[in-house]
Design a protein around this ligand. Structure first.
Ligand code: SF4
Length: 433
């Protein structure tokens, strides 16, 4: 199997102009603190200090697991009753906690103060704290702040807020510097290495990534920067990069063979490299991915899938599952629909796909029950009740924690959907026996 999947747009423009059901009601999603789980692994000399409650500490720790052998790279400064009652000066306490931490941990180069619901409720000004502490600990440590609060953010927006906070401190390239490609969005190291090799084979040898693995390796960004989003949930980061003069390369997202090829082709075109060069450089991994997807297609084709809004990955995932695996989309819900960033994805979605933005939980549950899909993608809080009702579920958060981007991961991504269906079939066979 060596065929090139042509990146063609649906005849009627797919879902570019499709109506979107907008809902603003009760929602069921994790908060932005969850992003710490993958960000602390990615930026290896950063530390995430959540300024929050015991609930926040439990959330991050149970999501990330307790690190036994390594020095942890996240912690929670607990806001207690004295702080909430205004009896203590929270800024002074924060200074004390940060000083103790940085004295003990000389490996930290970037410290993120991460706001939460409680820090917002008591109006603790973390940007003032970050400025004050940055001045005090420069040049050894930069202190930044962002909000991961559930009042403001859903779980992938934590990454957006974190990366946006990095942008003002990025180096500025010389005005005469050549055009530079920056890939934006945290990718698993193994995926980043694969893309680095592919970009070099295509003829783009000096690609940089935001975030970088180390604080002193963050990319320079200015008017000569062309950036390529690797994740669809980075609206604030994109705005911050554009305020610096960087320009976005419009592309589908690198999920599945088609998305990855489209993503690489768009990047290459922005630097004057033709699609033939991309096809030649990617022939081997595409062939491997195509072959690996074949066995999943047999299991997934015709299966009906329903997406509750959760990660903002829903539209690129739906495009991959429908076009490369033949799944039927019953409803594709997303917390926010950024039409500009998702324009290439919407054009590729099958015409007539039901799209919804935001959530009114009870109404959406009713629509899901009426559809009786074969598989439902949803948050952890909905998964168990839906399983109890006899529906098969996939946790949306697993799709963010797992390496799913690129050719080599396309079959792994398909497997994440095939596995729950296999398990259901086995259970049903067992019950029938
Ligand atoms: S930030 Fe808010 S939603 Fe998130 S764990 Fe803390 S209290 Fe809960």
């Amino acid at each position: 199997m060596n065929a090139v999947i042509p990146l063609h747009v649906e005849a009627a423009g797919g879902c570019s102009t499709a109506p979107v059901l907008k809902e603003r009601g009760q929602r069921e999603v994790f908060c932005g603190l969850t992003g710490i789980v993958w960000l602390h692994r990615k930026i290896q000399d950063a530390f995430f200090l959540v300024v929050g409650s015991r609930t926040c500490a439990h959330l991050v720790q149970s999501a990330a697991g307790v690190m036994i052998f390594a020095e942890p790279r996240f912690a929670t400064a607990i806001i207690d009753e004295r702080d909430l009652a205004g009896l203590a000066d929270a800024q002074d306490e924060l200074d004390r906690v940060v000083t103790r931490l940085l004295e003990r941990r000389s490996d930290i180069r970037t410290l993120f103060l991460v706001g939460s619901c409680p820090s917002e409720v008591i109006k603790l000004d973390l940007s003032r704290a970050a400025q004050r502490l940055s001045t005090r600990f420069a040049p050894q440590v930069r202190v930044l702040n962002y909000s991961g609060s559930g009042i403001e953010t859903t779980f992938t927006q934590g990454e957006d807020a974190c990366l946006a906070s990095l942008v003002p401190g990025l180096p500025v390239p010389a005005a005469t510097a050549p055009a530079q490609l920056v890939v934006v969005g945290a990718l698993a190291d193994v995926v980043e290495d694969q893309f680095t090799r592919l970009f070099a084979q295509i003829g783009l040898p000096a690609v940089q990534f935001l975030p970088a693995r180390r604080s002193d390796a963050m990319p320079a960004v200015g008017p000569n920067t062309r950036y390529l989003l690797a994740q669809p949930f980075l609206a604030d980061t994109a705005r911050a990069l554009e305020n610096r003069g960087a320009r976005r390369i419009a592309a589908p997202f690198p999920l599945g063979v088609e998305g990855t090829l489209g993503w690489l082709t768009a990047a290459a075109a922005a630097f004057g490299i033709g699609a033939e060069a991309v096809q030649a450089a990617t022939a081997a991994p595409r062939a491997r991915a195509e072959a690996a997807l074949t066995r999943h297609r047999a299991a997934l084709s015709g299966q009906r899938i329903f997406f509750f809004p959760d990660s903002q990955l829903e539209i690129p995932l739906a495009r991959f599952l429908a076009r490369e695996l033949g799944m039927q989309l019953t409803e594709v819900g997303t917390p926010y629909l950024h039409r500009e960033h998702l324009s290439e994805e919407l054009a590729l979605l099958p015409s007539g796909t039901v799209l919804s933005e935001g959530q009114d939980l009870e109404k959406q549950l009713d629509r899901c029950r009426a559809q009786q899909p074969d598989i439902v993608v949803c948050g952890l809080g909905l998964a168990n009740p839906l399983e109890a009702e006899g529906l098969t579920t996939k946790w949306a958060i697993e799709l963010v924690f797992s390496p799913i981007h690129g050719f080599e991961q396309a079959a792994d991504l398909a497997e994440l959907f095939a596995r729950p269906l296999r398990r259901r079939a086995l259970l049903q066979a067992g019950l029938a026996a």
